[in-house]
Design a protein around this ligand. Structure first.
Ligand code: TUI
Length: 308
């Protein structure tokens, strides 16, 4: 399954792992890269020096290319952008904002730049700025989301840009991957399915919550604050949505979610914490090694697309 993305990144399969905050640390990233996809270390809200250590640890366990995702709302984004250059990271993906101000420095250092976008306008802006590819992420995704579905977003972005497009949001198996390719994507980015990977260090409670989840079990909080986030419905989301409905102010809502992703991922508090996951969680049925996940997805997609 050769595409412009496998060529650009020097990977075997056009499967990229989502840069999930707290979840996508070096163990997961290295395992995905070792399995022939592109593993990504998710910087999330972490300090720059923590990200540097993660990059160094990943290099110790894999010789394959891997990337780093910068969540642009991180107050240390500038420093992390520099760490990526200093440590010779090959690929950067960005989320939750506009990475234009870092583009020139990354390009000069030979870093492949792949912004995650949720609109045609942002995809065009990124192409003009020199992006090597874009991830078109639909609102089926977990975490911070835009407002257009993958089915509608991917073909519109494919038509609007010449650089390769990676589809994300609601993709967890070979059927989703084949569908994304029919829409014109040249790779897929998968998050939720990799959360239950054996190599993923999230708390067992978090994994069990995803394995149990059904199609309608996620909720979107933060519509009123301009930072919508999709996560598994629980006591925290119910309380958040109730407060939002009652017109609570931004700071009050922030207090409820401060540190709440960590609470779920690290402490396993899936009741009061934020269990970020996509709408596809219902397709995530069991814990499996990354190699098995990728082989299953690619084999099924190839079969559906008539590739031997
Ligand atoms: O970034 C994501 N997903 C994320 S980031 C994250 S960390 C977090 N933790 C707690 C609260 C909030 C976030 C969890 N999940 N996906 C990529 C993505 N980027 N989706 C949408 C966008 C996006 C949004 C606006 C990209 C560009 C953009 O541009 C706005 C602008 O500056 O014009």
């Amino acid at each position: 399954m050769k595409t412009r993305i496998t060529e650009l990144l020097g990977i075997e399969y056009p499967v990229i792992q989502g840069g999930m905050a707290w979840v996508a640390e070096y163990n997961l990233a290295a395992a995905v890269s070792e399995a022939g996809g592109l593993g990504i270390i998710g910087a999330g809200g972490a300090p720059a020096e923590f990200v540097r250590e993660q990059i160094r640890k990943a290099k110790e366990v894999t010789d394959k290319p891997f990337g780093v995702n910068i969540m642009l709302m991180n107050p240390e984004a500038d420093a992390i952008a520099q760490v990526i250059v200093d440590e010779g990271v090959k690929v950067v993906t960005t989320g939750a904002g506009n990475p234009s101000k870092y583009m020139d420095m990354w390009k000069a250092a030979g870093v492949k730049v792949i912004p995650v976008v949720a609109s045609v306008a942002m995809a065009k802006l990124m192409e003009r700025g020199g992006a090597d590819a874009v991830v078109a992420e639909g609102m089926e995704s977990g975490g911070h989301i835009g407002s257009t579905t993958t089915m509608a977003l991917v073909p519109q972005i494919v038509d609007a840009v010449n650089i390769p497009v990676i589809a994300a949001g609601g993709i967890a198996d070979g059927r989703g991957m084949a569908a994304a390719f029919m829409l014109g994507a040249e790779a897929v980015q998968i998050g939720t399915r990799f959360v239950v990977a054996s190599e993923c260090i999230v708390h067992e409670n978090y994994k069990q919550q995803l394995v149990k989840a059904k199609d309608i079990d996620s909720a979107v909080t933060g519509m009123s604050t301009g930072h919508p986030v999709r996560s598994i419905r629980n006591k925290m989301t119910k309380e958040y949505l109730r407060m939002e409905k009652e017109g609570a102010d931004f700071m009050e809502l922030e207090k409820l979610t401060l540190g709440s992703l960590r609470k779920a991922v690290v402490e396993g508090d899936v009741v009061n914490g934020t269990v970020m996951a996509g709408q596809i969680a219902g397709l995530v049925k069991k814990e499996q090694p990354c190699k098995e996940i990728i082989t299953e997805i690619v084999t099924q997609a190839n079969k559906l697309m008539g590739v031997q």
